[in-house]
Design a binder for this molecule. Sequence first.
Ligand code: FAD
Length: 424
Amino acid sequence: MIEEQVRDTLNWAGNYEYRASAIEHPTSLADLQRAVSGSTRVRALGSRHSFNDIADTPGTLVSLDVLDPAVGIDEAALTVTVGAGVRYGVLAGHLQRRGFALHNLASLPHISIGGAVATATHGSGNANGNLATAVVGLEIVTASGDVLAVAEGDDGFDGMVVGLGALGVVHRVTLRIEPTFEVRQDVFLDVPWDAVLADYDAATSSAYSVSLFTDWSGDTIGQAWLKSRVDSDSPAPSSFYGGKAADRAYHPVPGVAADHCTQQLGVPGPWSDRLAHFRLAFTPSNGEELQSEYLVGREHAVAAIQAMRSLAPRISPLLQVSEVRSMAADGLWLSNNYGRDGIGLHFTWKPLQPEVEALLPELEAALAPFAARPHWGKLFAADAAQLAPLYPRFEDFRTLARRLDPEGKFRNDFLDRTVFGTTA
Ligand SMILES: Cc1cc2nc3c(=O)[nH]c(=O)nc-3n(C[C@H](O)[C@H](O)[C@H](O)COP(=O)(O)OP(=O)(O)OC[C@H]3O[C@@H](n4cnc5c(N)ncnc54)[C@H](O)[C@@H]3O)c2cc1C
């Protein structure tokens, strides 16, 4: 076991300092089990990409960054079993070399599988579930230190996948895979909002994955990124709702060089080099942005977008860029996509936390008519009383967490505030 002092340990964005008294880096499953059973308060720490206190604990943080990097592919079952501390980009490279693929990736490939799955992290695509929907099995070290192995179809499994770290430390994850495929990425500029909103479902079905980047002001969408599967029957997009085809590579944030972005300009390449927006080889900077995101049902997409456009004068001064993506419905209890196809209204903010936090209640009030569910790993203001009615299985999740963790070993301020509703 490797132990690290926590003093001055920050999350990726540098906007949150962990309060835990120690971070342990177990080097074996037995080590991990000892770390969990021997602590009164403990939490799993992923790659620290969340923007709030979700991962913290007053006790011990356990990072799986040096544990069990082995990747086991079952070619017959089309699954891969991998340590939860492995980063998506590392797994993606491994799968690609063996001729396999995941169905989707988030914008950044540096995020750990355990942390992404625990918060329902997603990419885009009207027909694509979030990354947690690829999970078909979990091995969880529960509060007692025992290993609970669960598979799709088992009682409670749908509650355990998006677990927010509340149920235990996930040791290994089994994910559904498919044969590798190629993707081309085309960017269109200055796309008229009216044309897209008049035909929203068709516009966002124009490619395997569609992302709309906007600052909400004006009549046009700054950039539309279309990631198309080369093996699909649909022709490659040559136009997009009146937008201008980009003749060079673009970064989503206006004026930033595109060197760190995945290849664009319609050049086909493996899914592992196209589905994320940013390259694994690029080391992302820290502390230069904050993020929030709200997910609404697709039937509310146009109205929710219009609500954000009408708030442009309030949003734009704090914003670097927003991204609108789509996700398919799933049955994972605390997934933001539970029971409904949806869109994500994402905000990459300037690093102005007090100003952003002051604005969030206003954004949430504007999105409340659409039953907006905040991304668990980003900044939001809603508490358990506001969130519970948005998730039909919320109470079942609380019951599951109390059953697996009767003494509250994995509880923290975030869970007390946003799930259990036990803070003052
Ligand atoms: C630059 C950037 C880009 C991003 N892009 C996207 C995006 O495209 N789409 C999107 O949806 N989100 C995105 N996010 C948000 C990010 O995916 C989530 O915040 C995610 O939870 C971060 O994972 P992590 O490994 O860093 O986990 P952490 O932030 O370290 O932890 C998050 C939660 O996961 C739990 N956890 C971690 N590992 C385990 C484990 N082994 N067992 C049990 N619980 C565990 C923690 O306890 C905690 O509750 C982005 C964030 C950043 C900084």
